[in-house]
Design a protein around this ligand. Structure first.
Ligand code: SF4
Length: 351
């Protein structure tokens, strides 16, 4: 598979007029200040220098951090001009940004198009009006539809970001967000479980008891069904769970509250999906061999071997054999009834 690298350019939304309850941007921007054109160039050069020998690698420059199209259009143009320069020189392949649904209109999109921007991701978070209201997002579901329709009309690649577990959220609200996302038909999506960061409104709500987060098991169950719903409709889910670096910056004294962040959430998700598939196959056989490519193998055995332990405990009369198979594609998994050419294990014994 072709390697893909990202040059992340953090553009804080200075003076953002919104007050989304989960957001710690104010704390971050108070420390980081405005980003100069020189900063963008320095970041690009720094990342590109690490990729010098990566022939065939695709590189995106990604503006993230707040609402790129909410900053003054002159500033957007200043940053985009640098990205365009790198793209024309063939040093990056695409220009990405994330923003809010209510910061999309024709003037903004014309400007993005003139600089050769490729991908626009919208922080939609939820399609439930009550969840949006309680989370103080400050935009409506109608604005989401309008923005998506315009972005598609202009021919940009559309991304939709959804969150799990905001105030007022439920399993069914999340599933409805998936259904509406599928109806809109973006090319890419991200799923972010809500994380409570100290210093935010959400942290206050958690501490005074007016907000109760989902348990990690519930979050995982919802994330799994959302992921399967989106990918089943052909949407490429490019990220599940926040990176640690996106939560708290260097020198930040913020902390995560409650059991709301797992650094290996994606691995937990892959393990949960693999467990269901293995369990389904085990209904019709007593011995099952699971062969998996390099990336799929860790999902098959589960985070810290959780699936191995699970099948040993729950199916003592059956045998599941896990095999890493370099002849398969990285993400490929093959199930075979029986021991796959190996002598069958004694019932109950697991590999
Ligand atoms: S999430 Fe974005 S729009 Fe909301 S307060 Fe933070 S920076 Fe502003």
């Amino acid at each position: 598979m072709k390697r893909h690298a990202i040059i992340p350019v953090f553009i804080p939304h200075l003076g953002c007029p919104h007050s989304c309850v989960f957001c710690n941007q104010r704390a971050i921007t108070a420390r980081s200040g405005p980003v100069s054109a020189e900063d963008v160039r320095r970041t690009a050069e720094q990342y590109l220098s690490t990729l010098e020998n990566s022939e065939g690698c695709t590189v995106e420059m990604s503006f993230f951090g707040g609402s790129f199209t909410g900053i003054p259009i002159e500033d957007q143009s200043r940053y985009l001009a640098i990205a365009k320069e790198y793209k024309h020189a063939g040093r990056i392949s695409s220009i990405h940004m994330s923003t809010r649904p209510d910061y999309i209109d024709r003037r903004i999109l014309d400007n993005l198009a003139s600089y050769g921007a490729d991908v626009i991701e919208l922080g939609v978070q939820s399609f439930d009006p009550e969840v949006l209201r309680l989370s103080e997002r400050g935009h409506t579901v109608e604005q989401v539809y309008e923005a998506c329709s315009l972005i598609k009309e202009y021919g940009f690649t559309l991304g939709i970001q959804l969150m799990i577990g905001l105030p007022g959220d439920s399993y069914w609200a999340c599933m409805d967000s998936v259904a509406q996302t599928v109806k809109i038909g973006p090319q890419i999506a991200r799923i972010y479980p809500t994380v409570i960061i100290s210093g935010t409104r959400l942290a206050q709500m958690y501490l005074d008891g007016s907000y109760v987060p989902f348990s990690q098991d519930e979050t995982l169950r919802i994330a799994k069904d959302m992921y399967l719903g989106l990918t089943g409709a052909g949407i490429n889910v490019i990220r599940v769970g926040l990176k640690a670096s996106a939560l708290i910056n260097d020198g930040d004294d913020s902390v995560v509250l409650g059991d709301t962040y797992h650094p290996a959430f994606r691995q937990l998700l892959d393990g949960a999906i693999a467990r269901d598939r293995i369990e389904e196959r085990l209904r019709t056989t007593d011995i099952l061999t699971v062969r998996a490519g390099s990336k799929a193998f860790s999902g098959a055995v589960g985070h810290k071997g959780a699936n191995k332990k699970y099948f040993a405990a729950e199916y003592p009369q059956k045998t599941v054999i896990f095999k890493a198979d370099a002849s398969l594609g990285d993400y490929e998994t093959v199930f075979e009834d029986g021991s796959g050419g190996n002598p069958p294990e004694a019932p109950g014994k697991k590999q």
